[in-house]
Design a binder for this molecule. Structure first.
Ligand code: NAD
Length: 419
């Protein structure tokens, strides 16, 4: 019989933490969620979910099944397991672990002996041992491995993915010692179908950076080929479609307007930060960043070419962005290439509107117009198709007379100008 009254406490209730508290409650665990954003806690406690993967009804059901949410960390002391899922952004292009340290402080102030602490935020190898543990130990006066247990488990959630979700995506786990690893494995086995154990926290931290850097580099590679194929007058989409018929040794990636979100543009910087400590750059990361960062400018250049062909000057023209989220079927616009594209077009005197059923407003320096439906679409000189939300498949684009530049290569816009 456990001495704890709550199975799981989660710090940080965003894209990672909220699904974790809801799914764990569904799996029959007693769960406490702490987020220091009081407004968010209020909204969540009123049953309003800010993310697409968790519906308001799912959240309400979890709340009625005992999920406790608070903007105060005290109840962490009653939790057997504590998962940290706070942001790990870049500040001045450097890893910013201030949120992890703040979370560690909340744990240190509310710790109970025998607790199991797991970091899930994406970070560079060494963070659990060099940053998280010293902070908890200093605040609490307790010793990791003796008084409490610690591990790292990367989060692989793919917002908007309807096939691979919380339960069926294998979970990599690690601990600072054998007992920690065993306890953490036992915990995740209660809520996830397959648990993969690695030998230490640094290996587990590195797994996440390998996965996301792999995507970042391959996206950059296909983006570079798309630009070159356009210059060579070769249809990159035909090439990709044919290449992906190879049943082995090839995984297809798609060109696009750039990379966005909280992971792909940011995580590789955590890897570079670590390797620079041993005097080595990750050359692939630097090149991939350079290429992916130029994609919004490339798209603007292609739009300019198209407008020239249409005989329309950019200045005072109107362009509608179809989709502004960084990827399909979600509302997240963090680091979205759309933001760079909009800024660039605005600097050339273009009036911008956007149509994105997932996004209510966009934080741009010059305010832009949100189109709620397509009734006023004919006032635009060009549509820039940026994010291929699934519901756009229902639109009959043949009926739309405005010329379209498609930065995503979707099947149903085959007759438009494409990246
Ligand atoms: N979003 C994804 O798809 C994804 C996928 C895998 C991994 N990750 C990683 O998971 C981590 C969390 O990302 P996210 O997208 O869920 O972030 P998010 O911004 O959506 O949510 C983080 C939450 O933490 C809260 N918070 C910040 N500091 C806090 C503190 N000291 N105490 C309590 N709450 C605090 C914020 O108010 C916010 O609600 C990051 O390291 C990210 O890289 C994200």
């Amino acid at each position: 019989m456990s001495k704890f009254s709550i199975d799981l406490g989660v710090i940080g209730l965003g894209y990672v933490g909220l699904p974790l508290v809801v799914e764990s409650t569904n799996s029959g665990l007693s769960v406490f969620g702490f987020d220091n954003n009081s407004e968010k806690i209020n909204d969540l406690n009123n049953g309003n979910s800010p993310i697409e993967d968790i519906s308001d009804n799912e959240l309400k059901e979890s709340l009625s099944n005992g999920l406790l949410l608070s903007d105060s960390p005290e109840q962490l002391k009653d939790c057997e397991h504590i998962v940290i899922s706070v942001p790990t952004p870049l500040t001045d292009y450097q890893p910013d672990l201030s949120y992890v340290k703040e979370a560690a402080k909340s744990i240190g102030e509310n710790i109970s002996k025998e607790q199991i602490v797991i970091l899930e935020s994406t970070t560079y190898p060494g963070t659990t041992i060099e940053v998280l543990i010293p902070e908890i130990e200093e605040v609490s006066g307790l010793k990791a491995g003796k008084d409490f247990y610690v591990g790292y488990s990367p989060e692989r959630i793919d917002p908007g993915n309807e096939v691979w979700g919380f339960k069926n995506t294998p979970k990599v786990i690690s601990g600072i010692d054998e007992t920690s690893t065993e306890k953490i494995k036992e915990f995740y086995e209660k809520i996830i179908d397959e648990v993969v154990v690695v030998s230490g926290t640094r290996e587990a931290e590195m797994v996440k950076l390998l996965e996301n850097t792999y995507r970042h580099v391959n996206i950059a590679f296909i983006n570079e080929l798309a630009v070159l194929c356009n210059m060579l007058e070769i249809d990159i989409w035909e090439v990709i479609d044919a290449a992906k018929t190879k049943p082995f040794g090839f995984e297809s990636f798609r060109p696009g307007p750039g990379v966005g979100g909280h992971c792909i543009p940011i995580d590789p910087n955590y890897l570079s930060f670590k390797t620079r400590q041993i005097g080595k750059p990750v050359r692939f990361v630097e090149l991939a960043q350079e290429i992916n960062n130029t994609m919004p400018t490339y798209i603007v250049g292609r739009v300019l070419e198209m407008m020239n062909k249409l005989g329309k000057p950019m200045n005072n023209s109107s362009i509608l962005l179809f989709g502004v989220a960084y990827k399909k079927d979600i509302s997240d616009t963090r680091e979205s290439p759309a933001l760079h594209i909009i800024e660039n077009l605005q600097s050339q005197g273009v009036n911008i509107g956007f149509y994105d059923p997932f996004v209510d407003e966009l934080d741009t320096s010059v305010p832009i117009n949100k189109e709620k439906d397509l009734s006023k679409i004919s006032k635009y000189d060009l549509i820039l198709f940026h994010t291929p939300h699934s519901q756009f498949e229902e639109i009959n684009f043949e009926e739309i007379e405005v010329p379209i530049f498609d930065a995503t290569g979707v099947e149903y816009l085959k007759n438009s100008e494409r990246i």
